[in-house]
Write a protein that binds this ligand. Structure first.
Ligand code: NDP
Length: 276
């Protein structure tokens, strides 16, 4: 019997998840149907209830429902607890298991697809929203030399730095700063702000990029964003956007649901927009 999955959001027309999961199902021989569900605002629980009643087995969750899914869960994985948000749900009887695979997807893309180790490196992450929050623990597990979070609203960066210090098992120094307080050069710089969605540039000096640095914009499908342009002008030649992260978080969810992890290379190639 075909098992049903879906991504829920509002809007949802832009979602690449059905394309990705259908490709994964094809290469792994899994019999699933994966659709898009436009969730009416304020009716998340009722919409998911109906999907489950019709036999739905799991869902991805996108804006604006990541916090609603957190509240709907019966069993929160540590990744969802730390992120304070959910991007994947699995339904088993009365239980609603939830995860947040964004952070692990990001780290897997950097380590395995881009071949860039994080251990012992100075890492800078711009932004202190949901994406940064979800990435903190997976990044710290890799034992960078230092993790610096900068944000326009500095209090949010400081709050996330304190949270990370509290939850990490290692001894990685983590700090939360304003843009004008950032000092020195970094081996990996992530843009986890939403600035690239509106073609804006966080107020970042080009001097933050160390020689041989990886500049990674979590936003995907926008080509050479102002952040990546800044890095390029500063001499960086290792540039990446978030398409690999998108594919890897999806592969994590697929493996969690189906017990088989698909290879992501074909999907990444299909969705890649050249960085020009
Ligand atoms: P949030 O809305 O939770 O946070 C947005 C962050 O961006 C805040 O820290 C905000 O700062 C900052 N910001 C927004 N505009 C600017 C600007 N012009 N200059 C400087 N800072 C700015 O968003 P998310 O964390 O959920 O997502 C961030 C980005 O990551 C998005 O572009 C999203 O598409 C991408 N993403 C990619 C994924 C992938 O799979 N590749 C997965 C998840 C997210 P302040 O707090 O001061 O307002």
């Amino acid at each position: 019997m075909t098992d049903r999955y879906a991504v829920i959001g509002n809007p949802i027309v832009q979602s690449k998840s059905p394309l990705i999961h259908s490709a994964f199902a094809q290469v792994t021989g899994q019999d699933i149907d994966y659709g898009k569900l436009l969730g009416p605002l304020g009716e998340f629980a009722a919409t998911v209830d109906a999907f489950r009643a019709a036999g739905g087995r799991g869902m991805n969750v996108t804006a604006p429902f990541k916090l609603d899914a957190f509240a709907y869960a019966t069993d929160l994985a540590p990744s969802a607890q730390m992120a304070g948000a959910v991007n994947a749900m699995k339904f088993e009887g009365d239980r609603v298991y939830v995860e947040n695979f964004d952070g692990v997807g990001l780290v897997r893309d950097v380590l395995h697809n881009l071949g860039c180790p994080l251990q012992g490196r100075r890492v800078l992450i711009l932004g202190a929203g949901g994406a940064t929050r979800g990435a903190l623990l997976p990044l710290l597990v890799e034992q960078p030399a230092e993790l610096v979070i900068v944000n326009r609203t500095v209090a949010k960066a400081q709050e996330l730095a304190a949270l990370a210090q509290q939850h990490q098992t290692g001894q990685v120094p983590v700090s939360g700063l304003s843009y004008d307080a950032v000092q020195g050069a970094f081996d990996v710089v992530f843009n986890a702000t939403s600035s690239s969605l509106t073609a804006e540039l966080p107020p970042l000096p080009g001097s933050v990029f160390a020689p041989g640095c990886l500049a990674y914009d979590l936003t995907y499908g926008k080509g050479l964003t102002p952040f990546l342009q800044l890095a390029q002008q500063a001499g960086v030649n290792r540039l990446a956007d978030g398409v690999g992260m998108l594919a890897e978080q999806a592969a994590e969810a697929f493996a969690w649901w189906r017990g088989v992890r698909p290879d992501t290379a074909a999907v990444i190639a299909q969705l890649t927009v050249p960085l020009v």
